[in-house]
Design a protein around this ligand. Structure first.
Ligand code: MF3
Ligand code: CO
Length: 272
């Protein structure tokens, strides 16, 4: 069942989403060579607390995972696609590609978003995959207008990614969000257009393309959570919260990458 949100609820979710964006951007700016993912975890935990929120991820379990997720932050490096567990042992190095995924619940409503950034200078290939991930998300968000069908978003994500020579992750999906972290509908990152529910005002969706270089099923590491590509291919992940409104898609998280670029003056960002 898809729970539609009132304008008032959307305003509150937007407030939460902006707090989340600001935390994610701060984490992304601190993700430099020498930083450990555990340091980012501690900062994220502190910022969530200061916001009067509670982690959406720590202690989270579902039918796919046998142990509760042990951290507030997912910090996935290189071939890790999602759910990388922060660790004192994971020191960021020049050339790494880091996905940061964070979620919390505040005043009864969930917020959930992700950004992928390069650590220092990264390869042209890594830059390109990140750009493709952002482009897929951008195009999906542009398609999120009232009257369109849900799978139009899924279709445009896969199309964008396939045209660039990459592949989407099929095991994990986007989702509705509100009083629950994962609400209906599921937002697949592939599929034929014109299927699924008609988009209506009041829907709030987490749209989250995950891109990689091979088309094989993911593997889950011994820790029970970290999902990695089968071939060791790089992967990227971007996620924003989008409300469907009569005025068009409203990006509640406010384009995290753009905000990251505004706050960081690096040539890699200036180019895009
Ligand atoms: N951002 C992820 C999602 O949208 C949630 C991470 S799962 C958790 O599903 F275990 F880390 F909570
Ligand atoms: Co999500």
């Amino acid at each position: 069942m898809i729970v539609l949100k009132t304008e008032k609820e959307i305003e509150l979710m937007a407030e939460n989403a902006e707090i989340l964006r600001d935390i994610l951007v701060e984490l992304a700016l601190k993700a430099v060579p020498g930083t450990t993912t555990a340091q980012l975890e501690r900062l994220a935990a502190r910022r969530i607390r200061e916001a009067g929120a509670r982690s959406a991820f720590k202690g989270y379990t579902d039918e796919l995972h046998r142990v509760p997720y042990p951290a507030v932050l997912c910090a996935s490096l290189n071939e890790e696609v999602v759910h990388g567990i922060p660790s004192d042992e994971r020191v960021l190095r020049e050339g790494d590609v880091l996905s940061l995924d964070l979620g919390f619940v505040r005043r009864g409503y969930y917020a959930d978003a992700a950004i992928t950034v390069g650590i220092g200078e990264v390869s042209a290939e890594a830059e390109r995959m990140m750009e493709v991930g952002r482009e897929a998300l951008r195009r999906a968000i542009e398609s999120a207008t009232m009257g369109r069908r849900l799978s139009d978003l899924s279709h445009v994500i896969n199309l964008t990614v396939r045209e660039a020579g990459y592949f989407v992750v099929k095991e994990y999906t986007g989702h509705g969000i509100g009083r629950e972290l994962h609400e209906d509908p599921r937002v697949l990152n592939f599929g034929p257009p014109g299927r699924g529910p008609v988009l209506r005002a009041g829907m709030v969706l987490c749209i989250e393309p995950m891109v990689k270089g091979d088309d094989l099923p993911l593997r889950t590491k011994e820790d029970g959570w970290t999902a990695v590509t089968r071939t060791g291919s790089l992967s990227v992940h971007y996620e924003e919260m989008v409300a469907i409104t009569p005025e068009g898609p409203r990006v509640l998280t406010g384009w995290i990458w753009e905000e990251f670029c505004r706050r960081k003056t690096l040539s890699a960002c200036a180019a895009k």
